[in-house]
Design a protein around this ligand. Structure first.
Ligand code: CU
Ligand code: CU
Length: 367
């Protein structure tokens, strides 16, 4: 005959231990997200390039060069031009270009992209600082004398060699005079940088297909052409103040990018930064090949973050536009649950996850 076994003192002790373990797990599950949340003491501070000590600037460019020496994660069979970890970022940008420019995804996607770059520098290349930004109005009169582009060992290199073939750029009623370089960069930390992807034509031929040369391998020197005309016209203090005074997201996007682009071709602050550094940085698809790209976009992210934080209720989750370049009528409107792609750099992310620099695992602020 079977009788219900009486629980021995050992069994009672075991079940109490089991209960304690469960309780501990529940407590950990509740506590961990709180402990991992972004508190002021854990918040990274991103600083302006000139504010950083020379040794800190050097450690940044050393980490960038480290990325150019690390093997890529993308397959070279599928992406022949991708030869390094640095190129993984360039190719991911090319892959997403037709979704994340002049569209509702511009600000959210580049926030995550620059954050992934910062994380890769820290986790893969031993960088201990955070992403610096290029505060345009500080240096609009003479880029060549700025700590960013003075070609010293603590700069991001400077102008390229003088290239007599560089021409002014005309668009609409506007002409941008040529810059002061246009040839290969031969001084500073990036004097030997070889770029592999692009160049892409300035004329957009399709809204949906990545144009030639896609991901072809095209090794060449890294070129620059510093252009004080562009930066003093389009990235000055007045325009930055105007951007921060934007009344809503549509206004903010317009000053940022003249979006939709103005028929007279006038640039927003975003285009201004790209057009003030020459051909590599002007390439809509392959511009992350200029090491200044990340600092330019860090400044854009800073201004967006500042603007958002000045009116939490109306601006924190403000979105406008579609998931396609130039917002064609058939484009899908961007919403908080829209998914963004980052290829080998990250798993897909919802727009919601990047709306706050101190939420969903992001934890940074700006000086
Ligand atoms: Cu971009
Ligand atoms: Cu850009």
């Amino acid at each position: 005959m079977l009788s219900t076994p009486r629980r021995s003192p050992t069994m009672v002790r075991r079940s109490s231990i089991w209960l304690l373990c469960v309780l501990a797990q529940v407590a950990t599950a509740i506590y961990l997200p709180i402990s991992q949340s972004c508190t002021p003491d854990k918040t990274a501070i991103r600083r302006e390039w000139g504010e950083m000590a020379p040794a800190e600037r050097k450690s940044y460019t050393d980490a960038v060069l480290c990325m150019t020496r690390k093997p890529p994660r993308l397959s070279t069979a599928e992406y022949p031009g991708v030869r390094s970890r640095f190129d993984d970022f360039v190719a991911t940008h090319i892959n997403n270009t037709l979704h994340v420019h002049y569209s509702g995804l511009f600000l959210p996607w580049h926030r995550r992209f620059t954050w992934l770059w910062e994380r890769a520098l820290r986790e893969e290349c031993g960088y201990t600082g955070y992403l610096p930004y290029w505060n345009w109005p500080l240096w609009t009169n003479d880029l060549k004398k700025s700590p960013l582009f003075d070609c010293s060992e603590t700069s991001l290199s400077g102008d390229g060699e003088y290239n007599p073939d560089e021409q002014p750029i005309s668009g609409g009623n506007m002409t941008i005079p040529r810059g002061s370089g246009g040839g290969c960069v031969r001084c500073g930390p990036f004097k030997d940088l070889q770029i592999h992807l692009g160049p892409f034509s300035r004329d957009l031929t399709s809204f949906t297909e990545i144009p030639s040369p896609k991901f072809e391998y095209n090794p060449r020197c890294f070129n620059r052409s510093l252009n004080n005309f562009v930066t003093s016209h389009y990235n000055n203090e007045t325009i930055v103040s105007r951007l921060l005074a934007s009344t809503d997201i549509v206004d903010f996007q317009t000053v940022m990018d003249h979006w939709p682009p103005r028929p007279d071709g006038v640039l927003g602050v975003h285009g201004g930064g790209h057009f003030s550094l020459g051909a590599t940085m002007q390439d809509l698809f392959a511009s992350p090949q200029d090491p200044a790209f990340m600092l330019h976009h860090c400044m854009i992210d800073r201004l967006w973050a500042m603007w958002q934080s000045r009116d939490e209720k109306n601006r924190r989750y403000a979105l406008n536009g579609t998931t396609n370049i130039l917002n064609p009528p058939w484009g899908q409107p961007v919403m908080l649950n829209t998914t963004m792609e980052f290829g080998v750099l990250d798993r897909p992310r919802k727009v919601r996850e990047v709306m706050n620099p101190t939420g969903y695992g992001l934890c940074y602020t700006y000086t």
